[in-house]
Design a protein around this ligand. Structure first.
Ligand code: SAM
Length: 281
């Protein structure tokens, strides 16, 4: 019998991948956690029936959420990751010797434990000496922080379930407060393509813009996310992500990346007209 994983991208669109084997399934106190092996995408990891990552295309998401801010400010030393339990964001951050501390605040300890067991590709650097794992709600964690971080990365689930509060005005106000004067906030910003996610991404941008003098959106092509067209938010108190890109510095590091390069960095901020219009509305 053939097994297929199916995810609803809208009420009228479904995305389906043929499964070779179900690897693990459990209900944590926060969400349903599943791992499957597939022929096309390798191992895939889902939460509440939504793909978090696949072995084959996770490099796109993790390159873009980490290397874009790191190429803008070479002096990033103290980083906070909210969510990110699979470890892919931390893995990319640990490649920078200049980073001194990485705090990862993940609400669901079972996500980290399962990814350590079933997704070593992303979780392999969670034991780096600079990484501190905290299992608590990122919304609460950030509420009493002030002037502490050079970079905050919100590597969250969608704004439903435990991730909902990571998209509120109060949360962005607290991120602004928790960042140093030249701090940068990067977050996963949903897709502009289908109405259900476009509504969320417009609302997210509007909220971030209220607090940060510089608030931009950039894009990447991620085949297993709804529509494949995915956005990230870049907000800062000081840096423009394109004008302040330090390409000479970043290229001098000699980091090998499968998706990111500094030319693509500039291009990622050049948005299609329909997205520009949505962000201006
Ligand atoms: N790359 C992924 C995506 O966009 O599909 C996100 C991956 S990561 C697994 C998302 C993590 O955010 C989950 O493990 C989830 O438990 C965590 N999370 C959700 N809400 C949170 C909260 N309020 N505080 C901390 N972590 C949270």
């Amino acid at each position: 019998m053939e097994l297929w994983y199916t995810e609803e991208h809208t009420n009228n669109v479904r995305f389906t991948i043929k499964i070779d084997k179900q690897i693990h399934s459990e209900q944590s106190p926060f969400q349903r956690i599943d791992f499957f092996d597939t022929h096309e995408f390798g191992r895939i990891f889902t939460l509440d029936g939504i793909i978090m990552l696949t072995e084959k295309d996770e490099f796109i998401y993790h390159d873009m959420i980490v290397h874009v801010p790191m190429a803008v400010n070479p002096n990033i030393k103290k980083v906070l990751v909210i969510g990110g339990g699979d470890g892919g964001t931390v893995r990319e951050l640990t490649r920078y010797n200049t980073i001194e501390s990485i705090e990862m605040v993940e609400i669901d300890q079972r996500v980290v434990e399962c990814c350590r067991e079933y997704m070593p590709q992303t979780s392999s650097k969670l034991d780096d000496a600079r990484v501190k794992l905290l299992f608590e709600d990122g919304i609460k964690f950030i509420s009493n922080k002030e002037n502490e971080y050079d970079l905050i990365i919100v590597d969250s689930t969608d704004p439903i379930g435990p991730g909902e509060g990571l998209f509120t005005e109060e949360f962005y106000r607290n991120c602004y407060k928790a960042l140093k004067d030249d701090g940068i906030l990067v977050n996963q910003h949903e897709s502009p393509y289908y109405n259900n996610t476009a509504r969320l991404m417009k609302r997210t941008h509007k909220r971030i813009k209220q607090f940060f003098p510089i608030a931009k959106v950039y894009q990447a092509h991620i085949p297993t996310y709804a529509s494949g067209h995915w956005l990230f938010g870049f907000a800062s108190k000081k840096y423009d992500p394109v004008k302040d890109l330090d390409d000479k510095y970043w290229n001098s590091l000699g980091l090998e990346t499968k998706y990111y390069n500094t030319e693509l960095h500039k291009g990622a901020f050049a948005l299609p007209n329909y997205v520009i219009k949505m962000l201006e509305d």
